[in-house]
Design a protein around this ligand. Sequence first.
Ligand SMILES: NC(=O)c1ccc[n+]([C@@H]2O[C@H](COP(=O)([O-])OP(=O)(O)OC[C@H]3O[C@@H](n4cnc5c(N)ncnc54)[C@H](OP(=O)(O)O)[C@@H]3O)[C@@H](O)[C@H]2O)c1
Length: 336
Amino acid sequence: MYLADDNRYDSMKYIRSGKSGLMLPAFSLGLWHNFGDNSNPENMAELCKTAFDNGITHFDLANNYGPPYGAAEKNFGKIFEENFRSYRDELIISTKAGYDMWPGPYGNWGSRKYLLASLDQSLKRMGLEYVDIFYHHRMDPETPLEETMGALATAVNSGKAIYAGLSNYDGEHLQKATEILNELKVPFVINQNRYSIFDRTIENNGLLKMTEGLEKGLICFSPLAQGMLTDKYLHGIPSDSRAKKDGRYLKESALTDERIGQIKELNEMASVRGQSLAQMSLAWVLSHKAVTSVLIGASAPGQILENIKAMENMEFSTEELKKIDDIASRVEYRTR
Ligand SMILES: NC(=O)c1ccc[n+]([C@@H]2O[C@H](COP(=O)([O-])OP(=O)(O)OC[C@H]3O[C@@H](n4cnc5c(N)ncnc54)[C@H](OP(=O)(O)O)[C@@H]3O)[C@@H](O)[C@H]2O)c1
């Protein structure tokens, strides 16, 4: 039987999500990769235990994480039942709906029909009575925002979600959504968006500024650009890497000579700071005042242990920040 480390709260930092009552660990664990039916069940359990033993109280899922879709929730549900049920009140478990999940017109985007059915399915797969955060996963240009936000309100009012979140919104839509959620008195506390040294979308689409202005939380996904912002690809593409194993979201073709050149320069900067590149990249995201948590993925428990040490040096000089911006701006970043 798993017994969590007694010292699990000693070194992790907990950061308030905007002006809400919710505090999140500076590092959260995402289950997008490495929790599908093609992954090793023992490794999955070890990843969750390593995270929790080190104060990572937040696990992030979505309906369609797999493969196949739904598998990460099902596999997490098994790990939860075997190890974490007695720790339920110490955990923040989130899920989402908004991308393609099941065939036909009701298994995608932002309708009330889709969101509420999907939440029920997620709870069943995970064996949970409620999730802590239920996100709308992406903006839907067709469904009225009032309908989607109304579905989040129902999710919370029915007790199936404690808080509501928005993912992949831009500044303009965040503002409109917030007005509706305020009217509906929904505890909307957090945005989930991609942010890294390489991906500056939220600096340019108004999300970062608006999040701060509205005093909402911000949890940043793919802070390591799916592993590119580590020393992993400095000497070729390892057989056990995401670029080699997956290829759908991180393509080998993304690792151009220019990109590797950038990574090498950043790696040198990190080593001058006494950090690994992964640690410097995570510290860079966390050092932004709007950021509540960095949402990391991991294929091995050792990566979690390395990455949380980023907390040991989160200060950047003006010169360092400028140099990072200069290096990052040299190559356009595309996610697919
Ligand atoms: N809301 C959304 O639309 C959305 C979209 C994407 C992700 N997310 C969430 O964000 C979470 C994290 O995303 P992500 O996995 O792309 O994050 P990431 O932290 O940028 O990338 C994680 C990957 O980087 C590699 N890695 C991590 N630490 C390393 C280290 N110290 N040294 C070398 N390699 C290291 C591992 O890949 P290898 O397999 O190569 O070892 C790991 O799986 C997801 O699980 C999900 O919960 C949300």
